[in-house]
Ligand binder design. Structure first.
Ligand code: HAM
Length: 423
C-alpha cells in the first residue's frame, strides 16, 4: 500500500519559522489596514466557477489554465478561488454593502489556489493578504491603496522594493490599443507562440506579458507602443491625479508604461511591487482599479480599487534581505513532576496559569537535574519542580533559569514572580 506521508506537489505545510514569518506579515497587514479603516472579510475558498470566469476574465491565463475546478454532487461548477477580489466584490453585491457609507474598505487574508507549474515563489496553494476599496472612484483611493501596499512591505523591513505604476486606461482605450496590437501583430501571426496566437484573438494585450522567447523577440522588433500612449483624456487625468497624490505621500514609484496585469478586470490604475533580489517570480504584490468588475458579475456599476500581496514570495524576499520574523514570546514556565504519581498534579498546576501565562508541563516524571535541562531545551524562562512536599502544600519550587534564583511559592505568588520577569 502506498504511504500517504507527502503533501500534494505545489502545497506546503507551514509551521515554526515559516509560520512565524507569515504571522509577522499578517500582523503588519492587519495593523496598517485596520488603522486605515478597513474591515476584515473572509469569503469562502470556493465559489461558483462563473464568479472567476466572469470576474477575472475568460481570456486570462488564470481562468484558461490555472483554476482548480470541480463539479459538486448537485452538478454545480465550482472552483477553488485563484484570487480574492472577485469573491469580495460578489460578497459586496450579495450583502447590499452599497447602502453602507461609501467607500467600503475591506481586507482579507487566506489561501488561494492556482494550478501553475510549481517553482521557487510559485505554488499551487499560496497565501495572500489583500485590500479592496469599493464604492468610490476618487484618485485618492488609488493612491491610498498603492501607498498602503508599499508601506506594509517597507514596515516589515524590506528595502529592495520597486514600485511600478501604470494605467491600462478605460474600456474604450483598451479596445483601441487591442485594435492597434491586432493590426500590428496579425501579419506576424506565424511567429507568435501558440498561446499568443490565441491571445491575438481573445485579448491581444496579454501577449505583452508573454515570457515566450519568440513573442519577446517579435515585440522588440516591432517596437510596440505602450498602453499609456492610448489613454483617453479621462483616464489620463485620473492617472496624473494618482501620481500627484503619490508624490504628496512621498511614495517612491516608477512609471511602467507597459504594465499588463494577469487579470482582465482592471481599468485605469495598475501597479506591481517587485523585489530586486528575487529572480523570475519577483512580484510580491500587485493591484489596480477595477470599476467594471461588479457589472461583470451582474451587479450595478461599483467602482473599486485594491491589491493583494503574496505571502510566500514576501517571506522569500525577507529572507533574502536577512530579515527575521517578529520573535515569538518564550515559554514562561515549564513544570515537571518529580514522581509518576505527581504528573496529574503538574497538569493541574499548569492549568492554573492558563491563559495569562504560557505554561507547559512534562508528562513524564524527571529527576531535578534532568527537569531543569528539559526546561532549558524548551526555552522556558522558569522551571517549576513538583515533588511530594510541593504537592502536599499546593506550592511549586520555581527556578529562574537565567539568574539561578530559586523560590518555593504558592501558585499566586509564582504568577506574580513570573509576570514580574523574575526580579
Ligand atoms: P496577482 O498579481 O495575480 O493579483 O497576485 C498577487 C500576488 O500573489 C502576486 O504578486 C504574487 O506575489 C502572489 N501569487 C500569485 N500567484 C502565485 C503563486 N502561484 N504562488 C505564489 N504566489 C503567488 C491578484 O491576485 C489580484 N486579486 C490583486 C488585486 C486585488 N487586484 C485588485 N484587488
Amino acid at each position: 500500500m502506498a504511504v500517504v506521508t507527502r503533501a500534494v506537489k505545489g502545497t506546503h505545510d507551514l509551521f515554526r519559522e515559516d509560520l512565524a514569518y507569515h504571522r509577522t506579515l499578517l500582523n503588519a497587514a492587519r495593523r496598517w489596514l485596520e488603522a486605515a479603516g478597513a474591515d476584515e472579510i473572509a469569503t469562502p475558498i470556493f465559489e461558483f466557477s462563473e464568479v472567476f470566469e466572469r470576474g477575472v476574465g475568460a481570456s486570462s491565463d488564470i481562468v484558461q489554465k490555472e483554476m482548480f475546478t470541480f463539479t459538486d454532487r448537485g452538478g454545480r461548477a465550482l472552483a477553488l478561488r485563484p484570487e480574492g477580489t472577485a469573491g469580495v466584490v460578489r460578497a459586496y453585491l450579495e450583502h447590499g454593502m452599497k447602502v453602507w457609507p461609501q467607500p467600503v474598505r475591506l481586507w482579507y487574508a487566506g489561501p488561494m489556489f492556482r494550478a501553475e507549474r510549481p517553482q521557487k515563489g510559485r505554488q499551487r496553494q499560496f497565501h495572500q493578504f489583500g485590500y479592496e476599496v469599493l464604492g468610490a472612484g476618487e484618485p485618492e483611493l488609488d493612491a491610498e491603496a498603492v501607498a498602503l501596499s508599499y508601506w506594509i512591505l517597507r514596515g516589515v523591513g524590506l528595502n529592495r522594493l520597486s514600485l511600478k505604476v501604470g494605467s491600462v486606461g478605460d474600456r474604450e482605450d483598451r479596445e483601441r490599443y487591442n485594435a492597434y496590437l491586432r493590426e500590428l501583430l496579425t501579419p506576424h501571426t506565424a511567429r507568435l507562440s501558440e498561446d499568443s496566437q490565441r491571445r491575438l484573438e481573445t485579448n491581444p494585450m496579454r501577449i505583452l506579458d508573454s515570457k515566450a522567447e519568440p513573442d519577446r523577440k517579435l515585440l522588440e522588433e516591432l517596437k510596440v507602443r505602450p498602453m499609456l500612449d492610448f489613454l483617453g483624456p479621462e483616464a489620463k487625468a485620473h492617472f496624473e491625479a494618482v501620481q500627484e497624490r503619490l508624490r504628496r505621500l512621498n511614495v517612491p514609484y516608477e512609471i511602467d508604461p507597459t504594465i499588463v496585469r494577469g487579470l482582465d478586470y482592471y481599468a485605469r490604475t495598475a501597479w506591481e511591487l517587485h523585489h530586486e533580489l528575487l529572480g523570475a517570480q519577483s512580484a510580491l504584490g500587485g493591484g489596480g482599479r477595477y470599476d467594471g468588475l461588479a457589472e461583470l458579475l451582474g451587479g450595478p456599476p461599483v467602482p473599486g480599487v485594491g491589491w493583494a500581496v503574496g505571502v510566500e514570495r514576501t517571506v522569500l524576499a525577507m529572507k533574502a534581505e536577512g530579515l527575521s520574523p517578529a520573535p515569538e514570546p518564550p515559554l514562561d514556565l515549564y513544570i515537571v513532576a518529580l514522581a509518576a504519581e505527581l504528573v496529574p498534579e503538574a497538569l493541574r498546576a499548569a492549568s492554573r496559569f492558563w491563559p495569562e501565562l504560557r505554561v507547559q508541563y512534562g508528562v513524564k516524571p524527571r529527576k531535578p537535574g534532568k527537569a531543569l535541562q528539559e526546561a532549558e531545551r524548551k526555552g522556558a524562562r522558569f522551571a517549576g519542580l513538583l515533588g511530594p512536599d510541593e504537592a502536599a502544600s499546593g506550592r511549586l519550587t520555581v527556578k529562574h533559569l537565567r539568574t539561578g534564583e530559586q523560590r518555593t511559592l504558592d501558585i499566586e505568588e509564582v504568577k506574580e514572580w513570573v509576570r514580574g520577569g523574575g526580579s
